[in-house]
Design a protein around this ligand. Sequence first.
Ligand SMILES: C[S@@+](CC[C@H](N)C(=O)[O-])C[C@H]1O[C@@H](n2cnc3c(N)ncnc32)[C@H](O)[C@@H]1O
Length: 326
Amino acid sequence: MPTSRLKVASLFCGCGGSDLGMMGGFTFLNQEYSRLIFDIVYAIDFDKYAVETYNQNFEHKAVCADIVGVDFSSIPDVDVMIGGFPCQSFSTVNPTKDTNDDRANLYKQIVRFLETKKPKYFICENVKGLMTLKQGTIISKIVKEFSDVGYNVCYKLMKAVEFGVPQKRERVIIVGIRKDIEVDFLYPNSILTEGNFVPLNRVIDSLEIPEQKYYFSERAVQGMKNAKNNMKRGLWQDLDAPCLTITSHLAKTSMNSRDPILLVNPKTELYRRFTPREAARIQSFPDDFILNKSEPKSYKQIGNAVPPVFMWHIAKALQDIIKKTK
Ligand SMILES: C[S@@+](CC[C@H](N)C(=O)[O-])C[C@H]1O[C@@H](n2cnc3c(N)ncnc32)[C@H](O)[C@@H]1O
């Protein structure tokens, strides 16, 4: 018997990387990612530019609002909830790591959603740093709160590169299954191993591009060369390997930052940043995904996103266990 379609709510949807992966029905690097059984019936983000991009790319529309003020009893019932709760305050690159700030506490909105809507399944994505923050006490607390509202919860650090994304991005994937549903989630097995990862050159058509605005000035190159040796700077990428993780601040990439860049010509010491379209490809967005017309907004949305191909494999694993329980 065919499995019926499942309704999904997407909290903190951003421009929709996770949502595209959840739905499927797209192509990346000539590979088709089939349409899955999930339909998004509710999506919310309070960044109007992210919602603008989202709504250009999907038939269903996202709501632009602060989740804190949303009465969840007034939104449609769903089978699945997905939500990459904001992670800036958890991030390993954020030295302040104030775990009491509002952004860190936004996982409480997920708890509130689970309590009110009681979806059968949920998937949350977060940065690697969440695993080790305060010696792991934060993730334990979050998992306990999800469990206390009725879910069996598991979590795992996963590598996007093992699923065909040309990037060394590692993220914690938390999955919850309502306690009355007797099934365990099985994380997808990696499809690629070291040695056959997708290299950066698959998504960079040409090192040299006509737009001058993407190149670093001679002064910037000199500044990088004068930097102390022990500083991580001028992180130009090996085109034959996957790219370093791209972040939401790519618009402000400098040669003296920890962001990946490209070495265009070693002889003339020509370096450049990625274009927004290249960043989107590094994140496994298909080329027909419409980017925000503002480049800084676009970099931010793309850097914040869950790579659609990565999410597709997680969603497919959920679909597989749901089909088994029928
Ligand atoms: C990590 S990003 C999500 C990326 C998204 N899952 C994707 O794959 O494209 C987190 C999002 O949370 C949103 N956000 C942060 N605080 C919020 C709030 N109080 N209400 C609604 N959205 C919020 C941000 O605007 C940001 O787009």
